[in-house]
Design a protein around this ligand. Sequence first.
Ligand code: SF4
Length: 667
Amino acid sequence: MTKKITQFKKYCNSLTKYSRYKTREVFVGDIPLGGDNPIRIQSMTTTNTMDTLATVEQTIRMVNSGCEYVRITAPSKSEAENLANIKKELRARGFNVPLIADIHFTPNAAEIAARIVEKVRVNPGNYIDKKKFESIDYSDESYNIELERIRERFSPLVKICKEYGTAMRIGTNHGSLSDRIMSRYGDTPLGMVESALEFVRICEELNYHSIVLSMKASNPQVMIQAYRLLIIKMQEEGMNYPLHLGVTEAGGGEDGRIKSALGIGSLLEDGIGDTIRVSLTEDPEYEAPVAISLANRYKNRSPHKKIEEVHEIPFDSLNYSRRHTFEILGIGGINVPRVFADYSARKIIAHKDLADAGYSYDAPSDKWNMSDMAADLIYLGKQNTPFDIPMGMKVVYDYSHWLKLDVQEKSFPLLNVGDYKSSNQKSNILNFVEIDIDSLAGELMNRLKIDNKAVIVLVTSNEHGMAEQRRIFIKLIENDVKNPVIIKRSYKGLNLDELRLHSSTDIGALLIDGFGDGVWIDVENILEPVESKNVYVKSFIKVKETKETVINRTLFGILQAARVRISKTEYIACPSCGRTLFDLQETTEMIRKRTEHLKGVKIAIMGCIVNGPGEMADADYGYVGSGIDKITLYRGKDIVRRNISAEFAVDSLIEIIKEDNNWIETM
Ligand code: SF4
């Protein structure tokens, strides 16, 4: 990240003052979104759309869990027609929830559904185009002929929507861009934006404006950049359509929640987003509570403590590049962001206590074993340990305690600004200096700049903390301060599930913009999960799990989701829908159990061959349902085993991974 200052291209109202980015109000049935309406919550059924009763009952569970809109897949004309029965049954049972038909490939189905339900979702990557993975060299003329073809095929749907008062989501997926878009724009956020805008322009020509847009990707970095760019491009063309936010194929459990919070939350922090769907490989009724928890943070965000406004930014918010820092003892520079384990409030009495930070002790050999998620630094505050901390781990004490140590060389002090400025006795290797926005005045900045032993620990107490910390990073870059920075967030009064979502948003949003050489979470006063009235709130905290364990796993999860430090296998699993051809949750779990030690390998598990391959994003391997009891396996985008029996599919997947020398035997 260079110091080049550029005019901030406005993708939100302000980078420092929270407010919702105002879009046009669009009615979906009786429930409007956009404008001044609250952030709406939605999800999608996973039942077979032809099974009316199962779909109705699942929809009711979703409404009871907090869904304000429910999406149902309509892969062909029959399913589209059956939406009428589903809707009728729901209304008969007193549920007026607006329904959305999810369409891929089939304009005929869309045109039927648009006469029945309140909204249709089309994917501009496959509504008219069939993907052949061809690269075509278009001239402007041949490209315009293609656009004309799209106009002809898409206009009837628009006219039906207009006539029936049906809303439409034009929902781009990073993984399923058409060959036409790929050939001209590549697999980029710009390609995603253009893919949607080509369709929007046709709607506008027909004077149809009940449009909602989405830019989903399984990589939160791509997804965030695409939404930002979409807003900029909409402004250039005088558009202000509401935005539906989501991270696709996020997976399930903790990882799915972290990835979704990072992607969706980063945008919500800047006031972007009118409706959200959290996609998890779980029953859909478990999605709304996560989405509600993400959206609720912004109900009372404003007014918050004032942060100095920024009009020009010294970084590119549309392309990732990491803030340039110098390295001090493996922190900063080109090193992956480091992870702190905070044990200051916990007595360490035995070796086993460090297991929560990823270290296991083998007494007979007197050796420590590190997991792939072993913290790099441990903060002990004012306490001593009765044994030596593992060699690879750096120990940090409060400055006052560090001063009293007999051997100071093996550990490092954490100083406040006062001590940093006044004291002559510091580590001659590495000092951590805790700084907030108020302490970062000119004199301190000049001092830090020339101190190649100082790592900044950035803290905030502002309710709009991500924005405040981002403001500090901007200040550091403007003043050419290249000291590494640890992003530290302190929380209190949360339960561990809330902590995971909040920290994924707050820290993840900064990492996505290239900020941070380390991460640290400090928690006080952890609450027990409240017995929620919503029976679909699912916790992933295991009984007797310590907060240190949860925080360590969360921090590594955030780094992985932001793709700045890979410490485990990545699963890109579709959330499943009426097209799914096998039990996605069970299969994902089975694959996870056998492959979770393959650090850095990306495995996609997709329910159907119609959309799965296109939406596997950048997975290394794909496990895709291609018929009843039939699985097709992919290496990247290439089929390597076609239609094999599900019974042998996981073994075959492992064989392929072995052929590529990506397999590691477990002990
Ligand atoms: S990939 Fe999964 S969610 Fe997408 S259409 Fe196929 S089964 Fe449904």
